[in-house]
Each structure stands twice: as structure tokens, then as C-alpha cells.
Design a protein around this ligand. Sequence first.
Ligand code: FEO
Length: 170
Amino acid sequence: MLDKIIVEKINKQINFEFYSAYVYLDISNYYAENNLNGFANWFKIQTQEERDHAMLFMSYLQNNSAKVELGDIKAPKFVYEDFRQPAIEAFEHEVKVTAAIHDIYGAAYELKDFRTMQFLDWFVKEQSEEEKNTDDIIKRYDLFGHDAKGLYLIDSELASRVYTPPTLVI
Ligand code: FEO
């Protein structure tokens, strides 16, 4: 049986993960509109990962007989000034997701809810990858993205990303 504080926080996280999916879909659409189809591909796959995260949190509640409460998903309202900015938004967004997961972890720790802590361990690790992946895009853009050939090469590299299902199974 999960404490109601944990159930509330996880329900909030489900919404945040779906919102993250929406943020990345918006970024993917921006790049697609600008014919950077590799960047668009990378962020579309990121959308799928975020949806997976939301579903994992949902399954966790359901497996523990807790009620899932779906809320409205806010529309992303970003205006991108250049091709670099969406990557910055993505990195900053991931830092916020990390903080949200740490917040649930902190509450679980206070409540001695070891089950939730163990479930969240996967997300704690995943977040370090999520931050690194988006930071890598910024760094590569800064190194190579300022001329057409460099941008083309980064775009080709990002086009090769393929969707892989999460390693966490619950
Ligand atoms: Fe679901 Fe990118 O964190």
C-alpha cells in the first residue's frame, strides 16, 4: 500500500512525463519544419521514451492498487530563435525532470517506502543519461554546427537514432 503523498507525486509525475513527450514533439516538429530531419527524428524518439516513462509510472501505481489520475497536458509554448535553442530547452527540461524524480525519492525516503525507492532507482540512472544526451547535442552543435556541412553531419548522425524500449519492466 502506497502512502497518499507518494500516489499524488507519482500522478503529478505521470503528467510531467506526458508533458515532456509534448515538449519533444514540439521540438521535433520545429526541426522537421526546417528540414533538419535527423534532429526531428532524434526528438520524435525522445517523445516515445517520455511516453514510456509515463506508462511505467502508471503501471507502478496500478501494480500497487493505487488510482491513476490523468490531468490536462499543457501545450508547449516555446519560440525557438535558432537551431541551438531547442537543445538548450531540452537540457533544461531534463534538469527539471531530474529534480521532480529526486523530490519523489526524497518523500519515499522520509516515509521509509523502500519499494518506491527501488522502483525509482532506474529513473535516477536514466536521468543522468537524459541530461548527458541533451548536453551532448548542445556541445556537438557548438563544435560543428556553425557551418552548413557541420550541421548536415550532425543531422545525419541524429537520423540514425532508433527507438529502443525501456530496460525497466514492471
Ligand atoms: Fe522522462 Fe526525459 O525524462
